[in-house]
Write a protein of this length. Sequence first.
Lengths: 304, 304
Amino acid sequence: MHTNQPTPFRIEQYMRQQKEIVDARLDELLPRADAYPEIVHEAMRYSVFAGGKRLRPILALATGEALGGDLRRLSLLACALEMIHTYSLIHDDLPAMDNDDYRRGQLTAHKKYGEAIAILAGDALLTLAFQVLAEIPSPGQSAEITLRVICRIAEAIGTSCGMVGGQVVDLITQGKQFTADELNYIHSAKTGALIRASVDSAALLCEAETEVRAGLGRFGTRIGLAFQVVDDILDEDASSSELGKTAGKDRAEGKATYPAMYGLEESKSVAARLVAEAVQELNFLGERADALKALAQFISIRRV
Amino acid sequence: MHTNQPTPFRIEQYMRQQKEIVDARLDELLPRADAYPEIVHEAMRYSVFAGGKRLRPILALATGEALGGDLRRLSLLACALEMIHTYSLIHDDLPAMDNDDYRRGQLTAHKKYGEAIAILAGDALLTLAFQVLAEIPSPGQSAEITLRVICRIAEAIGTSCGMVGGQVVDLITQGKQFTADELNYIHSAKTGALIRASVDSAALLCEAETEVRAGLGRFGTRIGLAFQVVDDILDEDASSSELGKTAGKDRAEGKATYPAMYGLEESKSVAARLVAEAVQELNFLGERADALKALAQFISIRRV
């Protein structure tokens, strides 16, 4: 007997499948580990294939699917986003920055390959990401769109309100009294901007109309912020073995986090509210947005 | 009384004028030092305006002039090249890499701002360079050309035969017996690739014909190699106060250099031969190549 109840979206299965697509494409795009000079290629692959969830590329793919975009072009965008994310993790983990020895339960790049190679592997991943973006097949007018995608991503990882700016403020507020403005800046710039850009740039690549892009932009802003709030909560709440890195480190170092400013319970309700608002923003897309909505939910319930 | 003797090209004056154009454009493109978060913007400007000769941007402008290209578009390319060059200097100077305290007679970025901000300022300059490239006004078909310029530059600073690859091999051969192949790889990849790309990418942006680009490519390869050979020679020959950095450091650290492999005199004759060959390659451009030829000569006679 049929009911009108919609089948629940199987997010774990979806993410597993999409991750396989992304990983296969990353494997094609990264220089082979036996290509000269081997050590930097090994280091790039070591960090890229260190067990990430591929949230950013999967968001880009899901956005593209919702808009009926070209999956071959989207997969290049997706891989570039993951390369950029990996570069940021490698550099953030360095002794001069967050000084982390473990990430996802394995040695960080500089512990494994030394600081010099880690810095260079990060630099190389950032460079390769832009190369991959510029190599998105873009005949005729679509080349202009690809240039706009490159600008959009560069902004999201730059200094003014992007990833590098967020990391700078994260560093300079450490161990100091921080303001709500600084906390919001860090969260929106350090993590939020690239997550939002994963959605935005996919919508741009699909040449979605302005209103569609605006709605997806509001979705992206909310899940980006929710992601970082949940990250802060997990740092307080989860054990080191669950996280694969040192738990409670943020508070020990006096970092500007949501729980430090608003407490754990309030932070959890902020995260839940942000995700609910994000999901609402996608109603205009109907069923086509099921994967995106499920990804938003995943962000709020993830354990690592 | 007139003679048929051509006026000698006034290279110092030319370089001074072109540097002013590049510096004014860089000042427009870099975030203001008082824009939030200030410290990273200060660090970016500190390193960009540390007294560089602007060789790479001037090569791009001179190539564009020889081909009658659009100076507004070329000036953006030129600035992106200088941002990339500055990022590479900041990261190369880090303690984990070449560990230099001074560069052009002033403190290196990490000595002035700390390692974390130096790493991030380098990351930000690399990112901004790609943004500036993607923002080159590129109506219609020229957007495809701009994407190719981005690819060309990304290759030149990547791992396979670009700048990061060169720095990797420079690091791993340090203090070890090195082969002629390794030495050639370092010289061609670490410095040569971006110098050649400065010429190549300008020719590409001007949509020069294949044969013209091939000739300019051979010119670029030779001056790129000559530049690094002269750099090695200066490290042995000049005093620290002339160089603005520690002289003789390469040999002391057992670096793979031309003088270390071939001796000082042979290295000098290699540099002179490369420049002579480079100049020959440009004969087909006639007088239009005067500035490029003078720049090649400048490379071989420079003292710092």
